[in-house]
Design a protein around this ligand. Sequence first.
Ligand code: DLL
Length: 434
Amino acid sequence: MKYWQEQYETMPRAELEKLQSERLVAQVKRMYEKVELFRNRMDEKGLKPEDIHGIEDLHKLPFSYKQDLRDYYPYGLFATPMSEIRRVHASSGTTGKQIVVGYTDNDLEMWADCFARMLIAVGADENSFVHVGYGLGLFTGGFGAHDGAVRIGATAIPISAGNTQRQIQTMIDFGSTVLCCTPSYAMYLGETIEEMGLKDKLSLKAGIFGAEPWTEEMRHQIEEKLNIKAYDIYGLSEIMGPGVSYECEYQCGMHVCEDHFIPEIIDPDTGEVLPAGSQGELVFTTITKEGFPLIRYRTRDICSLNYEVCKCGRTHVRMNKPQGRTDDMLIIRGVNVFPSQIEEVLLKVGGDITPNYQIVVDRVNNNDTFEVKVEMSEALLSDGVKGVEKVEKMITDSLRSTLGIGPKVTLVNPKSITRSEGKAKRIIDNRKLH
Ligand code: DLL
């Protein structure tokens, strides 16, 4: 078993909690002095930094929200002078104004270490060639992967996202062994490589995919298309970027770097902390970040935490794959629908369709309409109308039994749904426009 920072990754729980407590107390004290919004929220609750003695008091602290980052745009929540901020990143999300986050030298070091933990966990080392296919720019994905690769002494290939033909040529010529990009882009690369008949020219061994929800079915398809083992990585700009949590070789949840980030699961409606193992909204507190620390940040991601020690020896809690975001959940005719449930059904159907789909929701005469467009395979297209109708009906029935409501399923021509080089846009909800 290899670790990047074994002393932290396998720290016994009691010791880890002691470390978290010390770091939390110091962070609260510092933020109370430096961040006006946090000080005001503490004062409103009648709380002083001295009231926080350790992680047992975490639940007393006020929450923070994405809206705070918008209200204090661009630098109003930073806890150090700008002269100590070495880099900024930004995220625009799917809606709304972009948010900005900042990192000191120490923050960047810590981030590189967190990504390095993941690279070592997937078997990378100084002989690896890390193909950085996440966007290099204001998005955190590219730089996070790049700095992690440099940290372990691997050769980084900072190609960024897009230009698929060139990606593939580079992957082959430069001998990329670890591919980092979004799962939807990995799928697209896999499709293209299959079509070009280049699969056996690749040196890839592992893929590190994240930035959007993806299912186990998608994992199997990517693994098959690229002949690799595919790993999940989670993160968000507000907390750091990629590497907040990562899968180890056992792939049963993502280990949260708990020496830096404390996770909680809360009921999104009441804000109450839920018992271990419950599903709810994930909340993070950063206990070592200097430039842009956050206390009890509401991620909107829905998942659960597993505190059992993993077979890999890491003691850090595992979060399961986020099922979706509270703000991505569709309510269609009163029923809660997560895009990931639809993806799971579609990918199980296999051969007759491709994994490219789009969910279109609208409102006509006060009734929700719900359509799922899926690309059919070339083979099904040549089968003719009868075959297509049969597959449409079969998918409609499976979706109805999984979701409790039946969408209109339309099989569309191969390659007619736009491919994404970053996060896929799966949902078109026209109801918001009315
Ligand atoms: O997506 C950071 C990242 C880059 C993570 C590369 C992993 C790899 P944001 O653009 O701020 O940051 O988006 C964060 O993306 O709150 C989740 O909803 C979603 N997300 C990220 N990773 C995963 C994952 C980056 N592995 C938001 N599974 C988060 C499901 C994910 N959702």
